[in-house]
Write a new protein. Sequence first.
Length: 167
Amino acid sequence: MSDSSPSPGTAWSAEKVDPSGAEIEFEYVWHEGSVPPPHHYWFSIKGWTGGNGQIVFVPGYPFEAPPQWVQPFPIAPERAAALKAWVRGQRIVERPWQESPSLMVGGSHRAFSLCRGDRQVQVPTQLSADDARLADELAGQIQALVPETIWRDLRERHAAHVQSCCR
């Protein structure tokens, strides 16, 4: 990974693309808003509903040369099924996402890429109010794929990182 955060949807692995559309490959990237070091962080969650996922958590800005905590995880079949059903039901890959005309400055932001079968979508970062609510739900669906024990570990490591930087 480079010293800057990833851009979702830049590469889909051919071995995982499922032409039947039964499985979904995804990437979700979330950035904390503009806050002073060491409180800033970002994370990405990548995965495939037919297998495994990976979360990368970076506590800090690129200029700080922060650590990168990488944690692979198996995707529980029931959570994968829930995500697939929800994505299909909401027509996430097919829908015409509406970008917001207003520019966001300084706040947290996120980006998504999803691929189902031969269809791929990159969800805009700044969305209309209705689509922003749907993106919130999508974020929750993807975050729920990561086991709580991993989230707890990352929160603890981030808190320890902040404490060590503030001494």
